[in-house]
Design a protein. Sequence first.
Length: 164
Amino acid sequence: MVEDRILIDHEQVASQWGVEFLYRFYRLLKGSLLYDRKNVVIDRLNRECLELIHSVVQSEGNLFLKIVRDIFFLNNIRISVGADRYPVVRSFLHEMRKRWIGEIEFTEKIRGEDLKEFVYILAGAEENNESNYLYLKKQLEYRNISGIGVGKLESFRDEEIYVD
């Protein structure tokens, strides 16, 4: 009984972290399309996202976001999204589908500059290119950025990925 309660609490916390990560990371991603790297808004959004990443990595050992169809998972726990955050999460899903990125993983506490660099590389990735994850991996390696990984968006035969 107590173990079930702890498991439910852990899943709720992970889901809350997941929603908050999606929200913060999406704002940073969209901000990177609008602002220069040295803009004060980007610095604030980067800091907010980094704080959450560090909290999750410290508590869980990593932060692993996976997209399966239109469902998000944080460290293999399904993220439940409320109506208030649904439009942002849906928009984030659309951005990731356009870039064919289905996984993002942070395996250690990273530097703010590394997160910012990663977001700008992701924002600049070519749309509708299935090999973007390979491009991102090479760019991270080239820039000596460790602790961040990406994976390809899985596609399923019975669905077509719709991209504007």
